[in-house]
Design a protein around this ligand. Sequence first.
Ligand SMILES: Nc1ncnc2c1ncn2[C@@H]1O[C@H](COP(=O)(O)OP(=O)(O)OP(=O)(O)O)[C@@H](O)[C@H]1O
Length: 282
Amino acid sequence: MMNYSPGEPPPPSATPAASPPPPAVQAHDLSVARGPRTVLRALDFAVPQGQITGLLGPSGCGKSTLMRAIVGTQAKVTGTLNVLGHPAGDATLRSRIGYVTQAPSVYDDLTVRQNLAYFAAILDPGRAAADRRRANVTRAITDVALTTHADALAGNLSGGQRSRVSLAVALLGTPELLVLDEPTVGLDPVLRRELWSLFHTIAAERRATLLISSHVMDEAERCHRLLLMREGEILADDTPEALRTRTHADTVEEAFLRLVDEATATTTVTTGTDAHHKEPAR
Ligand SMILES: Nc1ncnc2c1ncn2[C@@H]1O[C@H](COP(=O)(O)OP(=O)(O)OP(=O)(O)O)[C@@H](O)[C@H]1O
């Protein structure tokens, strides 16, 4: 279904211009409380346009919460969060963002094609758009490699296939920003590789921005940029290569672990009884 070969990510799709385009997402002093807890703490970061940014970190570090804030479905958000030039949650952003949650949102009693036709009718209503809708539905089904299952009931699909129906729904409207929460969970390695190839094709051909969460560190190597998270904070915001170089690590996983060790050592030193020395331990 696609033509990107895995390994090093290809260069970002945007051709070099005199001034770089504004970031797709820009956060300043962004915090989120869930219940009594602050689960995101004073985040500052930018997600560049037309690239794939990976959001990585252990379970519970706040990846889904951050994505929900970006798509405008999270309560108790403070600080500044701009998305495609508007405050997050602005009504004008609805058709410009595709969001796929961890739990696939599909109707089990409809076929794959019927599910997509239903969402296509909401996105692009009216009789005059019928041909365009049909073409978009077929394209989205092909994109996620579900052509052979197009007439199967969603309720009879495997978990990975249902996730791909959700992804196809997000691809229907050709969004400028795609926010994908762990889209490759439960998929076999071949399918994971194919989906990553699709993500690169979307970034390159449609100039879309993709923010993709994962806790599988080998997927980090396929991103143009990474936001590494830990306990509600951003530990690093860089390219995979720069992260590896900076930490003298062979893999992003190793780089992440070194950064965690550094952060832990800093915390221990600054919160310990002898809090004079604040440099991270080596
Ligand atoms: N509805 C809720 N009420 C209170 N706290 C919540 C709620 N949902 C999540 N949390 C807490 O917020 C923190 C961040 O959760 P979040 O789901 O964003 O993490 P995550 O990094 O996406 O995890 P995972 O990789 O397991 O999906 C966690 O500590 C979690 O316990």
